[in-house]
Design a protein around this ligand. Sequence first.
Ligand code: S3P
Length: 423
Amino acid sequence: MNIISQKSNGLKGTVTIPADKSISHRSAMFSALTGGVCEIQNYSLGADCISTLNIVKELGCEVEFIGEKHLRIDAKNAFKKDRYKLDCGNSGTSMRLFAGIMASYEAESTLFGDASLSKRPMKRVILPLELMGAKFKHNDYKAPLIIQGGELFPIDYKTPIASAQVKSCILLAGLNTVGETKITEPYVSRDHTERMLKYLGADIVTDCNVTKIKKSKLTPKNFKICGDISSAAFFMVAAAIVPNSEIIIKNVGLNPTRTGIVEVMQQMGADIQILDSHTECNEQVGDIRIKSSELKAITIEGEIIPRLIDELPVIAVLATQAAGTTIVKDAQDLRNKESDRIKCLVTELRKIGVQIEESPDGFVIEGKQNLKGDAGLECYHDHRLAMSLYVAGLICEKSVCINEFQWVDISFPEFLPLMQTLT
Ligand code: S3P
């Protein structure tokens, strides 16, 4: 599906952002681990979270939709087979977290995915799981991964990258391993796994960038999932850069390990207010009001990078409208996402007239720039690139056409209809 994005005269109104992808994945996975019955309200209907749900079914759970986004998972018959074939689709979170789960169960599991997922690095989870005693077959550390699971040993592991997927993989293996498993990250990454495992009664302790877990039994509970700040980010940036905009985004997850985007936008001078902040299922949630304003450039580097890693493509679009030099560094892992997000972003933004310089671990943008548009753009099968380019189209002099826009369905099938309610 090719779609057109064109200059907007101002975004106005209120939108409710659909469920957080990271939290949805975990709610379904951990429901399966409870061995009981859990209900999940407001589950993400993005293709990635549906991949996780299909895996949960394959593992023996009964999964029933009792409302449009309201699920019931009965896990009493889970983990009874000797062999599993688990299709992770396009979802890195499914593959890396299920690798940790399946490594500690007495079964042979094959984890596979689509062409993009089969190219993504899995060494980061294979190495620590092998240290715990798991046996893998793989093709140069890429999917498909065949895991011979069984009893594991606890490890004290220092990971070289701040990655919630790596941390969660090790914690999930540790959850079913006698002794204390410890992981230290260079910087704090998103902590939804830790919060949700605590909510379900696991013996898990976090002190800054160090997390320890002991073998625990989880208690079945119900979940209510908040909106995804990574999806909200496209609306936040759009409202900040399209003149005459003022919008409210309802029900957004405001976990501090995810709010790097809010901090960066505030530092750049965006007019943002947080309203009605409260806690639900051990996660902070609130509404965000945002108006268009003058923006200034900043440098984005170091500890904040894992707290806004998925928002960097749309931050590049934001930076085109900020006066001065915006520098993004320490973000080399952007090259290992659904696409090489540095290279692909630079290539596509240049087509619409953006002056942007690529660096090994980020990019540099001089603002404020006029964007000419008038181009056909590729999204490289990458949902976040597709939505970032759509937001760029809202400030281009002439319209842009984005090819294969259906890739947004991976995380945010409601993106276009929601955006259209504001324009
Ligand atoms: C995720 C962690 C991040 C993020 C991804 C979702 C998660 O990946 O980019 O979209 O749910 O744990 P990394 O852990 O590889 O940084």
